[in-house]
Ligand binder design. Structure first.
Ligand SMILES: C[S@@+](CC[C@H](N)C(=O)[O-])C[C@H]1O[C@@H](n2cnc3c(N)ncnc32)[C@H](O)[C@@H]1O
Length: 286
C-alpha cells in the first residue's frame, strides 16, 4: 500500500503519465478527499432501486428506470469516473458484474471500502477515462455515465469506451449539459457577477460548491459526439430552472420544472441543464 493511512491505496493503482487537465483534476480531488471524513463508512442509498413509487421528474431516477428496464443482472457493466462508488455498488446490488474506475486513487480507496461493507465484489481501478489500457476490446455489455463527461476529454473517452464495449452494448448516461447559446448568457456579467453569487448559497447550501478548474457542462456539440456513437439514442431533458433558480430539494418545483421541459418540445435541447440518454453502440463506431 502507498499513500496516507487515511486512504490506503493499492500499489498496482499506477496511473500513466497524465495530461495537464488530468493533473489538475487529480490534484483537486486529492485535496477534496483530505477534507472528507467518514465517507468510507457511509452506506450507499438504495431507494432509487427499491422504491415502488418512481420519480419521473428527477433525472437520476429516470436513469435508474432505464437501467432497471435493461435488466443488468449478470451483465458486465463499466462505470467510468465512479467517484465514491455509489453507482458501481447500486449496479452490483442489481446483480451486474461491475468494473469501475476513477482518476482519483483516494476516491477509489473509499469506493472499495464501501463496496466491501455492502458485500459487493467490484473490480475498481485507478485510471483516466481517456486511456483504458486495463480493459480488453469488447469486454462490456453496458456502460453507465453519471456526472463524468464534463470532467474528461470527450472524444478520447468515447474512443476508449467504444473500444471496450461489445458491438451492440448499451450506453446510458445522466449528465450535466448546457447549450452553448445559454452558456454565453450564463457567462454574461449580470448572471456571473450578480445573480450567481446571490443564488449560490440558496442552491448549493453553505459548503463550497464542488467545481474543478477545468470542468464545463457538456454542450450540444459534445453531446452530438456521444450520440453519434449510438444507434437510435433516446433522450430526456431536465432542469429548466431546477439547480439554476431553485435547489433540487424542492420537489414540487422540480415536478413543475419537468412538466415545463416536456411542453418545451424541441426547445428543451436549448434550455436544459441535464440530459439523460441511452442507446446501443453503433456497429460502425466500433
Ligand atoms: C462529479 S464526480 C462524479 C463521480 C460519480 N460518477 C458520481 O456521480 O458520484 C467526477 C469524478 O470524475 C473523476 N475524474 C475526473 N477526471 C477524470 C478522468 N480524466 N478520468 C477518470 N475520472 C476522472 C473525479 O475523480 C471524480 O470522481
Amino acid at each position: 500500500m502507498i499513500g496516507s493511512d487515511a486512504f490506503a491505496i493499492a500499489a498496482d493503482d499506477e496511473l500513466p503519465a497524465l495530461t495537464p487537465r488530468q493533473e489538475r483534476e487529480f490534484a483537486y480531488h486529492r485535496a477534496r478527499a483530505a477534507t472528507l471524513d467518514g465517507l468510507a463508512e457511509k452506506p450507499v442509498a438504495t431507494d432509487v432501486l427499491s422504491e415502488v413509487r418512481r420519480r419521473p421528474w428527477n433525472a437520476y431516477w429516470s436513469l435508474y428506470d432505464r437501467i432497471i428496464a435493461a435488466s443488468p443482472a449478470g451483465k458486465r457493466v463499466l462505470v467510468p469516473g465512479s467517484g465514491f462508488g455509489d453507482d458501481a455498488i447500486r449496479l452490483a446490488l442489481l446483480g451486474a458484474r461491475v468494473s469501475a474506475f476513477d482518476l482519483s486513487p483516494e476516491s477509489v480507496a473509499i469506493a472499495r471500502e464501501r463496496a466491501e461493507r455492502a458485500g459487493c465484489e467490484i473490480d475498481f481501478r485507478v485510471a483516466p477515462a481517456e486511456a483504458l489500457a486495463a480493459y480488453d476490446d469488447g469486454t462490456f455489455d453496458m456502460v453507465v455515465f453519471v456526472d463524468i463527461l464534463h470532467h474528461v476529454e470527450i472524444a478520447a473517452t468515447l474512443r476508449e469506451v467504444v473500444r471496450v464495449t461489445r458491438d451492440g452494448g448499451l450506453v446510458l448516461g445522466d449528465e450535466l449539459y448546457t447549450h452553448s447559446l445559454l452558456q454565453r448568457v450564463r457567462e454574461s456579467v449580470p448572471i456571473a457577477r450578480v445573480a450567481y453569487p446571490l443564488l449560490r448559497r440558496w442552491i448549493y447550501g453553505r459548503g463550497e460548491p464542488y467545481i474543478t478548474p477545468d470542468e464545463h457542462k457538456i454542450d450540444e456539440a459534445e453531446l452530438a459526439l456521444v450520440l453519434g456513437a449510438l444507434e437510435a439514442p433516446q433522450l430526456e431533458w431536465f432542469g429548466l430552472v431546477e439547480g439554476r433558480l431553485f435547489p433540487s430539494r424542492m420537489v414540487w418545483a422540480s415536478r413543475v420544472d419537468r412538466a415545463a421541459m416536456r411542453i418545451a418540445g424541441r426547445a428543451a435541447a436549448r434550455l436544459a441543464s441535464r440530459v439523460v440518454f441511452s442507446g446501443t453502440i453503433r456497429a460502425s463506431a466500433v
